[in-house]
Design a protein around this ligand. Structure first.
Ligand code: ADP
Ligand code: MG
Length: 575
């Protein structure tokens, strides 16, 4: 029996029914108790049994009656849980998340303090279970519930106000921040003022004070974050900081890939899908890639591209304001004005990873010397304290969770379901009076020793495959999706240890290319005879003429590069 707590409460505001409430390790169950007839409960309610999976719960707050309210007893305490249920709204639509709050009324003791203690006990048990902690048991089998709450999480939130259609800040304030408040996550907000602002900030940041970094933007801002982390002298620890990404840009490949891997509905509400992952705070390893160019090293978490798709990446940036559709429109334009690209691609094939989640044994490459020597690493070496940036640097500290909660109420207008909104006559009791457990320490996985990969100047090793000639596409991705409807590498997983290298030779026709782009929406392009998708551990690209090269959708001025997978180097927040 994995029961943790059991008691009887009423559910506010429909307090005519008394419920038996049981908390288990994986769910909370409440059903009208047998005594209900005596309590005046209706027969219909007697058939109601509710089971809420803790997988769908993101937080728990303790509440009390607001000072000025006279119609309710002030000795009563409340605890509420925030759940996001998977519901099937319409028959033909997929499932989507719907928020529901459950407010339990604790009115057993005469004093408020007595009732508060009961609420706190349930809150502590719930929060520890949500963190995935297995509670200890007494010899009698009862669960031991810690007096202190788990450590509060503090996130550095970075918003690019210019990403995509320019709505990232609004998305953060109105959609993301309320959910962070429910999950008891405090934050410091950095709104970037220019390109590379985030990168410079990350390089001089004291990372110890943060549980994670949350990026609200397209993939371009995360590219800055990872490169900032890898340019730090302590990159080995820095790169392990958990990263969350909320899709706010016009290219949101990683956010889409994370939801895909977690089997979380995305298209119906990408912001909720991504934010719930951050709120839950589950951490997954993430493959990164070292991209060497003659000018220095770069780090990538998503794509390295050349040919028509790199051109589309960059040329369509003028259409950033229309969002992801920019890629589709520009693909038509580029196919109409089709070009071919002369060059050489050399790659080290990887064993196809099995689908059962076991990483491929061959994909164990680790950075040889990942300490980067980039051309722009001469940028600021001074270690400015994070909390005192020059002229405020676009920083805003979060309010405490309860105040953050007040904002939450205002931003729920668009949610029609009355169950979503907390009653105005109750207010959240700050958790600041509670002691907190220390932040858990993370065991570092040491990097494997150098593995003898060739450097950019060395000849290509014999076990690599070399192809030369005219191409239309040479594009690689570490992840499954390049965007919402760009299902590039159907078998890719966050940490499969391989890059998926797609090639289309220069003799493909316009119709074949249009067919490819259309088929890619569903991932069916892999069946087309003129498309090859090869899992690789490393590759070298040599363009014979000046042409566009992109890394994570950002322009890189080089004709030559060598890329190799750094398996599981990063860590990403996922639901
Ligand atoms: P999108 O998906 O729309 O391309 P990104 O997040 O990828 O959005 O950002 C696009 C570019 O904007 C990136 O190169 C990033 O470095 C840059 N950038 C970040 N902050 C700012 C800012 N405040 N003003 C202008 N550009 C910025
Ligand atoms: Mg971008």
């Amino acid at each position: 029996m994995d029961r943790v707590l059991k008691d009887t409460f009423r559910l506010y505001p429909n307090t005519d029914v008394l419920y038996d409430v049981e908390l288990f390790e994986k769910c909370i169950v409440f059903e009208p108790c047998a005594k209900n007839n005596a309590c005046g409960g209706s027969d219909r309610s007697a058939t109601l049994r509710n089971q809420v999976s803790l997988d769908e719960v993101i937080g728990c707050h303790v509440m009390k009656v607001a000072e000025e309210v006279t119609s309710l007893k002030h000795s009563v305490s409340y605890f509420c849980i925030y759940a996001y249920h998977l519901v099937q709204k319409r028959k033909n639509a997929g499932p989507r998340r719907q928020k529901r709050t459950y407010v339990f009324e604790v009115d057993k003791e005469v004093s408020y303090e007595g009732n508060l203690a009961v609420s706190r006990l349930w809150q502590s048990a719930l929060l520890w279970l949500l963190r995935g902690v297995k509670l200890q048991r007494t010899t009698g089998g009862g669960a031991v519930i810690p007096q202190e709450l788990p450590a509060q999480r503090h996130y550095l939130v970075i918003v690019n106000p210019k990403s995509g259609p320019g709505r990232s800040l609004e998305i953060f304030l109105h959609r993301v921040r309320p959910i962070l408040a429910e999950a008891d996550i405090s934050h410091l907000l950095l709104v970037t003022e220019r390109q590379n602002h985030a990168k410079e900030f990350i390089k001089s940041l004291n990372l110890k004070q943060w549980s994670g970094i949350l990026v609200i933007s397209g993939d371009g801002l995360l590219f800055e974050v990872y490169n900032g982390l890898m340019e730090r002298p302590d990159w080995e620890q820095a790169v392990k900081i958990p990263i969350g990404i909320i899709p706010g840009g016009s290219g949101n490949g990683l956010a889409r890939s994370i939801s895909h891997t977690a089997n979380e509905p995305y298209v119906s509400d990408p912001i909720v899908a991504a934010t719930l992952g951050v709120a839950k705070g589950r951490i997954s390893p993430l493959d990164l890639m070292l991209v060497e160019t003659p000018k220095g090293a770069l780090y990538s978490f998503l794509t390295v591209g050349w040919g028509i798709m790199a051109d589309i990446d960059i040329e369509s940036e003028r259409l950033r304001a229309i969002g992801e559709i920019r890629f589709t429109l520009w693909a038509f334009w580029r196919v109409f004005n089709l070009r071919t690209y002369q060059g050489r691609i050399s790659y080290l094939p990887a064993t196809v990873p099995p689908k059962n989640g076991v990483p491929p044994s061959t994909a164990s490459a680790a950075p040889k010397n990942p300490a980067p020597q980039t051309s722009n690493s001469s940028a600021s070496n001074d270690r400015r304290p994070a909390s005192v940036p020059a002229n405020n640097g676009g920083l805003h500290r979060s309010q405490s969770a309860p105040e953050g909660y007040a904002n939450l109420n205002q931003s729920q207008e668009e949610l029609a379901d009355g169950d979503n909104v907390l009653p105005a006559e109750l207010e959240v009791v700050a958790d600041s009076s509670m002691t907190r457990a220390p932040e858990p320490t993370v065991a570092e996985t040491p990097l494997a020793p150098p593995d003898g990969f060739p450097s950019l100047d060395d000849p290509v090793p014999d076990d690599w495959t070399v192809e030369e000639g005219r191409f239309i596409i040479i594009y690689s991705s570490l992840q499954s999706h390049l965007g919402t409807n760009l299902f590039f590498a159907p078998e890719a997983r966050l940490d499969d240890g391989v890059a998926w290298l797609l090639m289309i030779r220069g003799d493909a026709t316009r119709l074949q290319l249009l067919t490819y782009f259309k088929a890619q929406e569903e991932g069916h392009h892999v069946d087309l005879p003129y498309v090859r998708l090869i899992p690789v551990r490393a590759f070298r690209l040599e363009a014979f003429a000046n042409s566009t090269v992109t890394v994570d959708g950002e322009l890189v001025r080089t004709k030559v590069l060598q890329a190799r997978v750094l398996p599981s180097l990063g860590r990403i927040l996922t639901i």
